[in-house]
Write a protein that binds this ligand. Structure first.
Ligand code: ADP
Ligand code: MG
Length: 700
């Protein structure tokens, strides 16, 4: 009798060597098997009489084994097992390569079911390497004659082994406690857990299977929503400093910018200031495409904090960006009695009327005394011995959100026991469904509108034969005084086992491209390069020089991806474009077109696959970052799109972020439950499930 905790060693046919491999897939008990879901199904549900088999169809044929024998192919010395299957209507040939055990397990006279692709050969219809299964007395089948589950697996564990073991383990499915609330099951018409498990592995097809799938998708989204909702309420219970909106000064600041804010900017700023005026900490995500003008919105919030005599901190992902934000803040706050500090691994600077270098120790004591209103820096600001006197606002730029850990560290930095208001800013447009599903604990401000007067960036996929034309065009642009980015892809990760090597290879591609361009193509132009391996100071110098037009062409890796502002640049040329995600390409494209000059994005690719090309064509024809993100999500999944920078990103086993209806439903259910039972004391099974899910272990 199988129970949920039965170890796999007690399953029939599981030897020690297999046990190890199963463990590497995380499979140790019957329970693990039951919750190991297939990622797709092969449809072999059509059972066809042999004389009606058609070539190129994937079907199941049944009959009696008339003959089975080995032979060795003369030309490749491969072992071939050949069999003949017959039903009332005709004969079907089957062959298997290099699987001698088959002739041992099958005997003439066996009643057999074969699933595979039918081909027309000179012997008539045949199947090559079909899946076979002896027909049981009760007619139940696992590998043929049905929708057959395909599982993620590893070398040495076959689909047949997994299916066999899972079909055995499912006998214990009825012991799984039903943790989903009866009300939810009833309203959504979901199958009970054991039936749903049976269906997800061995679907009977039709509505029953669809409902089982929906149940598991719902489960996953529901758990995410519960977690979000709990985090959100915990957050709301904390105290923050109320920042009183200074209307007159804010209007004065905005009117001095030299342009009018877009409606979206205005609304976002208002939402943020509204949040900050309360004594509960803000936790908001400002999401706007590259170039949509998030910086001004952030500075408005910072300005108000400073007018209330509170400090702000602004984290940038790279030193270059910290430098640039510092320059922007100094420029825009000029003459406003706001002291801005820059703190990075390599330097500390303070600006009030003018910018001066400052010893780190002095810098830190000024921050601790509350004499610096805004500290801009890299993540060193969190790790460093920085202590604020009265921190009220923390901004993180181009990171997708504050992780739990970052928030904890920043809270600890405030000398008083209030929590700062948190504002995350991202230029990776986040599709609505995604934000709803995964960032449910954040409030969202969207800037969808671009400032008026921006030219559309002309994007072209350049054929290799036209490469010289592109170079000629670049030369013309430089002739008109413009500057050019050339982006090189990183070497693929599988060639670089350690992170260290990856960086080295990044350097290599950049240097090779730099050498080619500077020696052969643009030998008369001024070229420089930038890669992740360079020292912060070197990078800073290069960017500063580029900004000051000391050279024309910058060859770089994705270091320039985020935020860097070179208004004079008009061409973004990208090599190996197929290696980048759409969202990332869009980030690159956003590096140009940041002023009045008509700008261009030129893509080069070695891609041969149709899908890669389609992806790039989609990019060429779509200017809207939100649409691109949506597409990227569809094509590559959220893990790929948002990458490792994402903190606390839950891995979705079965749910999709396209199903906005289901996301809404799960959110609604989660909120209702927590409304009625804020700590889940009355829902102990649910609480246990949530803990299990978050920690990824089963508390049996
Ligand atoms: P991002 O959202 O990518 O961080 P920035 O805040 O860097 O964008 O803004 C990009 C550029 O657009 C900056 O040079 C900024 O001064 C300018 N800008 C911002 N808002 C407006 C506006 N409403 N009208 C015109 N230009 C603007
Ligand atoms: Mg920015």
């Amino acid at each position: 009798m199988v129970s949920l905790s039965t170890p796999l060693s007690q399953f029939p046919t599981v030897k020690k060597s297999l046990l190890k491999k199963l463990a590497s897939l995380g499979l140790r008990s019957a329970r693990d098997l039951i919750f190991y879901f297939p990622f797709r199904y092969d449809d072999f549900s059509r059972i066809v009489p042999i004389n009606q088999l058609q070539s190129e169809t994937r079907v199941t044929a049944r009959g009696r084994l008339q003959l089975i024998a080995h032979k060795r192919s003369s030309w490749q010395r491969r072992l071939i097992t050949e069999a003949m299957l017959a039903d009332n209507t005709g004969q079907l040939r089957a062959i298997w390569f290099n699987q001698p055990y088959i002739a041992k397990v099958l005997q003439v006279g066996d009643k057999l079911s074969l699933a595979g692709k039918v081909e027309l050969s000179r012997f008539g219809m045949q199947m090559v390497n079909p899946t076979f299964e002896k027909i049981k007395v009760d007619g139940a089948s696992v590998h043929t004659g049905r929708l057959v589950p395909i599982y993620p697996t590893t070398a040495g564990v076959t689909q047949k082994q997994l299916r066999f073991l899972i079909s055995r383990a499912l006998a214990a499915a009825s012991q799984c406690p039903e943790w989903l609330l009866p009300e939810i099951i009833r309203v959504n018409n979901f199958p009970a857990l054991p039936a749903a498990l049976q269906e997800i592995h061995f679907p009977s097809g039709g509505i029953k299977s669809a409902k089982a799938r929906e149940r598991f998708q719902f489960e996953e989204l529901f758990l995410i929503q519960l977690k979000n909702e709990l985090a959100r309420r915990e957050w709301r219970g904390l105290a923050a400093k109320a920042v009183v909106f200074q209307e007159k000064e804010t209007k004065d600041f905005v009117s001095g910018l030299g342009f009018t804010l877009t409606d979206d900017q205005r609304r976002s700023a208002w939402e943020i200031l509204q949040d900050m005026s309360g004594n509960r900490p803000m936790n908001r995500l400002l999401n706007g495409d590259v170039g949509s003008g998030k910086t001004i919105v952030a500075l408005t919030a910072i300005y108000n904090a400073a007018l209330n005599h509170f400090q702000s901190v602004w984290l940038a992902p790279t030193e270059i960006l910290a430098q640039q934000h510092f320059a922007t803040a100094c420029r825009l706050f000029n003459g406003r009695e706001i002291r801005v500090g820059l703190l990075t691994g390599s330097s500390a600077k303070i600006s009030s009327q003018e910018i001066v270098d400052c010893p780190k120790k002095k810098f830190l004591s000024e921050v601790a005394a509350g004499k610096i209103d805004l500290v801009i820096g890299t993540h060193a600001v969190i790790g460093d011995k920085v202590c604020f006197q009265n921190l009220a606002l923390a901004i993180v730029d181009e990171q997708h959100r504050f992780g739990v850990e970052q928030r904890r560290l920043l809270r600890a930095k405030s000398a008083n026991d209030s929590t700062p208001h948190f504002l995350s800013m991202t230029a990776t447009p986040i599709p609505r469904s995604y934000a709803l599903a995964l960032f449910g604990d954040l409030d969202l401000s969207l800037i969808k509108q671009m400032p008026i007067g921006r030219c559309k960036i002309i994007t072209r996929l350049v054929e290799e034969i036209n490469r010289h034309k592109a170079y000629k065009f670049i030369r013309e642009q430089v002739g008109q005084g413009r500057q050019i980015f050339v982006i090189c892809p990183l070497i693929e990760e599988k060639e670089a086992p350690s992170g260290r090597q990856l960086v080295l290879m990044e350097k290599k591609t950049v240097l090779a491209e730099f050498k080619k361009l500077s020696e052969e193509i643009f030998f008369d132009l001024r070229i420089n390069f930038l890669h992740g391996k360079m020292k912060p100071k070197e990078k800073e110098t290069v960017m500063q020089d580029f900004l000051n037009k000391k050279f024309d062409i910058l060859v770089a890796t994705s270091v320039v991806e985020v935020g860097v502002d070179i208004p004079n640049a008009s061409v973004m040329m990208i090599e190996g474009a197929e290696r980048f995600g759409l969202a990332q390409l869009h980030q690159f494209r956003g590096r140009v077109g940041r002023s009045v000059h008509q700008s261009y994005c030129l893509l080069f690719t070695n891609a041969v696959s149709e899908l890669s090309k389609q992806r790039l064509w989609y990019f060429v024809n779509t200017a809207d970052g939100f649409e691109l993100a949506e597409k990227d999500l569809e094509l590559r999944g959220p893990g790929e799109v948002f990458g490792e920078t994402q903190h606390g990103f839950p891995e979705l086993k079965i749910a999709t972020l396209q199903n906005i209806e289901l996301i809404k439903k799960s959110r609604e259910s989660a909120r209702q439950i927590i409304d009625s039972d804020p700590t889940l004391v009355k829902h102990s099974l649910l609480q246990k499930k949530l803990v299990e899910w978050e920690s990824g272990v089963h508390l049996e």
